[in-house]
Design a protein around this ligand. Structure first.
Ligand SMILES: Cc1cc2nc3c(=O)[nH]c(=O)nc-3n(C[C@H](O)[C@H](O)[C@H](O)COP(=O)(O)O)c2cc1C
Ligand code: SF4
Length: 519
């Protein structure tokens, strides 16, 4: 028998449920049995309920077992898992698992498949093909290709990526920057982290292509401090990319140079807002800047700067490798390509589902997600992070499409979907939205700084049953002031979850009086 290859993720989600212990047990048991095992620490496939997911390479393909604990390992050897034999924890061929088989993985194609820190493996799976093509094109041509693909920013606002790059390309300056927003503060989101841990060269490649497009020579990844594993993997990948001349001066024998560094945020939701992130990158407190000027014209250190989310940048290599039209063939309306949706909260099968835009919420939460983890009816989902709307069951038919969501006063955002069963109290969720804003507000403008605190107080009165109709009217007025008068989307969009809760779940705001809400 040739040397068996076994995969076990080093992804943070897998580590949190014992992947390291399973890896150690696999090595020990193999040694005990005199088997020379090749253990690969891959990224996660994104099927979180199966983690730690152990895969073994067989002539028919990779065979999956999970969730595996250290105590299961000896039994797996006994059952013959090294040749893909059946076991109660077995799921057959990984690629045939329904959840994976029915996805359209473009951005996440390599995540969980390759060794994240092997350039050879990355190359063998199509890596750097996009950059190689970009190296033969002019900056304007790259911008046009990305614009044609229809790619829109995956960080939340959905702004066309190619148009942003063109603005930076056209700006005259002695220095330009590429800044990757890896702050990933939205509740229920983890796709940025997973791809950095599972396929970091894709981000490096995407940022390098962005640099070629606009004429930048320096880039930064702004990574949240809560992601230490992602930081380690990314730093190691950057070192390897320098060693193999995919970064640095004279990339692969060309005249192009690009340098990349990681910066760790101190942990504030507002540091994900792009201007606040730039302040933080400059070593200052994360305070929102007024726009204009746009960061594309006056960004980091006052220079033209591309700010893009991890997923936007990670979508670029496949666009450049396969061409714009192959990417824009996926999707609906003005929402082109695919989005790695993230299923979280009270959901049976949480994880990453990369699908073309147009898939309904219903299919995501029932067909992929398998319904609630508690087995109780799903009552609400919050889509697009803490500033996104709460949607009831009669909106689950909504297709994932920026415009369709906007028409329902909701947003796709970063693709996070947090599920709640029928025990959720939506008045308390509305209060939580205001409380979150009060805690995370940067404090620069009054409607957000003061409005959110007043919002908590008004909601407390509503929950306690004090003068409800008048307080609901006051809350609506306050929401309008925050929407109209806030400097950024933090204060400007906090009314979205609050108003959607009142609109779709009015009964929760008229229940018998409850005591002080701050439990
Ligand atoms: C309060 C707030 C928090 C945000 N947090 C993030 C974040 O964590 N990650 C992110 O990519 N964008 C975040 N954004 C959006 C960014 O301001 C910006 O639109 C985005 O990074 C641009 O990249 P994109 O065009 O690739 O989406 C946030 C915006 C606001 C208002
Ligand atoms: S809306 Fe809030 S977070 Fe945004 S600038 Fe104003 S105070 Fe700061």
């Amino acid at each position: 028998m040739s040397r068996p290859v076994v995969y076990i993720p080093r992804d943070a989600a897998a580590l949190s449920v014992g992947a390291d212990e399973v890896a150690a047990a696999l090595s020990l048991e193999a040694e005990r049995r005199g088997i020379d095992l090749h253990l690969v620490r891959n990224g996660s496939r994104g099927m979180l309920w199966l983690e730690p997911l152990v895969e073994v390479s067989t002539p028919a393909g990779r065979v999956a077992y999970g969730p595996v604990s250290a105590a299961d390992v000896a039994e797996l050897f006994d059952a013959g898992f090294l040749t893909g034999e059946p076991h109660p924890l077995g799921h057959g061929l990984t690629e045939e698992i329904w959840y994976l088989k029915h996805q359209e993985r473009l951005t996440f194609a390599r995540c969980g498949v390759i060794d994240p820190l092997s350039v050879k493996d990355y190359r063998a799976h199509g890596g750097f093909a996009g950059l190689e093509r970009a190296l033969t094109m002019s900056g304007a041509e790259i911008c046009a290709e990305v614009t044609d693909s229809g790619l829109r920013g995956r960080g939340g606002a959905g702004f066309p990526t190619g148009i942003k790059w063109k603005t930076v390309h056209d700006a005259q300056a002695d220095e330009k920057f590429i800044c990757c927003n890896a702050d990933e503060g939205d509740s229920g989101t983890f796709a940025d982290r997973m791809i950095i841990e599972g396929d970091p060269f894709t981000l490096i490649e995407g940022m390098t292509i962005a640099a070629l497009a606009v004429g930048a020579q320096q880039g930064y990844v702004y990574l949240r401090s809560e992601y230490p594993h992602a930081a380690d993997t990314l730093r190691a990948a950057i070192r390897l990319a320098y060693q193999q001349e995919w970064l640095g001066d004279g990339i692969h024998g060309t005249a192009h140079s690009f340098h990349l560094e990681v910066r760790i945020g101190a942990g504030a939701y507002i540091c994900g807002e792009e201007t606040s992130m730039l302040e933080s990158l400059e070593g200052k407190r994360g305070l929102v800047r007024a726009k204009p000027p746009l960061p594309a014209l006056e960004g980091l250190f006052g220079k033209p700067t591309v700010v893009n989310n991890v997923l936007s940048l990670c979508s670029v290599p496949v666009i450049m490798a396969n061409g714009a039209s192959a990417y824009r063939d996926f999707g609906v309306g003005r929402s082109r390509g695919t989005q790695p949706f993230q299923l979280a909260g009270n959901i049976k099968h949480g994880g990453i589902v990369e699908k073309a835009f147009g898939i309904t919420l219903h299919d995501l939460i029932y067909r992929f997600g398998g319904g609630s983890a508690s087995g109780r009816p799903i009552r609400a989902v919050q889509v697009g992070g803490p500033l996104g709307a709460y949607l009831p069951e009669d909106k689950f038919h909504l297709p994932k499409d920026y415009e369709a969501f906007a028409a329902q006063e909701a947003m796709v955002g970063h693709g996070g979907i947090v599920v709640f069963d029928d025990r959720v109290d939506m008045a308390r969720m509305a209060r939580f939205a205001m409380e979150f804003c009060a805690a995370e507000s940067c404090g620069k403008c009054t409607p957000c700084r003061i409005g959110s605190t007043r919002g908590v107080e008004v909601l407390d009165r509503i929950i306690a049953g004090h003068n409800r109709e008048a307080n609901l009217a006051l809350l609506d007025d306050l929401c309008q002031v925050m929407t109209d008068g806030s400097l950024c989307a933090m204060g400007g969009m906090t009314p979205m979850p609050v108003r959607s809760a009142i609109k779709h779940f009015p009964e929760d705001f008229h229940r018998p009086a409850r005591s002080q809400a701050a439990e």
